[in-house]
Design a protein around this ligand. Structure first.
Ligand code: F6P
Length: 320
């Protein structure tokens, strides 16, 4: 392949810039022309792109967000949108594409590959909900952000003998809330994968810890469950502990990527271009047990991973 494109799609994630940097530098160092495509598949269909060079990606390894901007595109899901994208690839001479995003973006990459434009997808999402991959780009940073924010909330919660009920992102997946909850020592963690009984898993646990003289509490709740304001009211009414609700929101998506995310993104970006250099497309780059691998996109989309129930049980025993 002589000319490749790179785009970021779906919700942005810290570390996407480090992945773009790796793709551009690997491409350029191997004699390829690399186009940076703006705003995901929208930029591809609208021919909104520019040729990048080694210096286009200077000073971005440390920056959150994505210099290529991101979007979710409805038009790209239509046949008309797909044809527009293919036409632009032909006009620009793009013979391979790196797509950085979540599973919605992977479907687009698979469809484009099936239409003759080989794509390699890189998992970038704070949700960590990609079946074939132990860790996605952005997850480690988001987890550390949640921990930092909850530590701050905890300071004031402690000063006032209160209960903090905190909503954490993750879409339909509980990886972020579970692991951040463990790191924050949350008394209760509610996530979509584990059925819960509010009375037993929140109120009774709080009452039990009250009896051992605990006077301040943190309850962490997945956004897929939501309702933190009502939960705080109920906790206050049933336990007598003054309670406040916080929705962390998009603060979780921003900020400087951690070292772990920068390294993961660099490895994945490098690997993606290596595949395209060999003419291989329709692959998802992944990491399993610290090894960088790749899978057929169609197979990868079918793969699932499960929440470690042992982790949850451990948290419930020690955060009491
Ligand atoms: O997929 C990443 C994510 O941040 C989810 O955790 C969250 O549910 C969603 O994106 C929010 O999307 P938006 O930024 O479009 O509101």
């Amino acid at each position: 392949m002589k000319t490749i494109g790179v785009l970021t799609s779906g919700g942005d994630a810290p570390g996407m810039n480090a992945a773009i940097r790796a793709v551009v530098r690997t491409g350029c160092e191997n004699g390829m022309k690399v186009f940076g495509i703006n705003r995901g598949y929208n930029g591809l269909m609208e021919n909104d792109m520019y040729e990048m060079n080694l210096r286009s990606v200077s000073d971005i390894i440390n920056r959150g967000g994505t210099i290529l901007y991101s979007a979710r595109s409805e038009r790209f899901k239509t046949e008309e949108g797909m044809q527009a994208a293919i036409r632009v690839c032909r006009e620009r001479g793009i013979d391979g594409l790196v797509v950085i995003g979540g599973d919605g973006s992977f479907r687009g990459a698979r469809d484009l590959s099936l239409h003759g434009v080989p794509c390699v997808a890189i998992p970038g999402t704070i949700d960590n909900d990609i079946g074939c991959c132990d860790k996605t780009i952005g997850y480690d940073t988001a987890m550390n952000t949640v921990v930092e924010m909850v530590d701050r909330i905890r300071d004031t919660t402690e000063s006032h003998d209160r209960c903090a009920v905190v909503e954490v992102m993750g879409r339909g997946a509980g990886y972020l809330v579970l692991n951040a909850g463990i790191a924050c020592g949350a008394t209760s963690i509610l996530l979509p994968e584990i059925p819960f009984d509010f009375e037993r898993d929140v109120i009774e646990r709080m009452k039990r810890t009250q009896r051992s003289n605990k006077v301040h509490f943190v309850v962490m709740v997945s956004e897929a469950i939501g309702g933190v304001a009502e939960m705080a009211k109920r906790i206050q009414k049933e336990t007598g502990v003054e309670s406040r609700a916080t929705v962390l929101g998009h603060v979780q998506r921003g900020g400087r990527p951690t070292a772990a995310d920068r390294i993961l993104a660099s490895n994945m970006g490098f690997h993606a271009v290596q595949l395209l250099m060999q003419g291989i497309g329709n692959r998802v780059v992944a990491v399993q047990q610290e090894k960088i691998l790749d899978f057929d996109i169609y197979e990868a989309l079918k793969m699932t991973k499960t929440i470690d129930l042992g982790l949850y049980d451990m948290a419930m025993q020690i955060s009491i």
